[in-house]
Design a protein around this ligand. Structure first.
Ligand SMILES: [Zn+2]
Length: 84
């Protein structure tokens, strides 16, 4: 019972290990960051790539405005995949 609970807590929403990145789907990359664009849990490489996108500043601004109006479930873009 306890073992099952521990294993469950180590899986992400899709039943993959927490170390699997939602965006590039690489395993063992430590997907510990929540994307600014949506609710994907992403690795440090994907997070770095987000900061270099042309719409990054727009995304951060829109996210800040959403939070200030009480929208804590704001998605600037739908989830997407990238190859790394
Ligand atoms: Zn990634």
């Amino acid at each position: 019972m306890l073992d099952k609970m521990i294993v469950k807590n180590l899986l992400n929403r899709k039943g993959q290990p927490m170390s699997c990145c939602d965006r590039c789907e690489r395993n063992n990359v430590g997907a510990k960051y929540c994307s600014w664009y949506n609710a994907q849990m992403i690795c440090s490489d994907c997070r770095e790539a987000e900061t270099k996108r042309e719409d990054y500043a727009d995304c951060r601004k829109a996210e800040r405005e959403a939070i200030s109006r009480g929208d804590f479930n704001f998605h600037f873009l739908p989830a997407w995949k990238e190859n790394r």
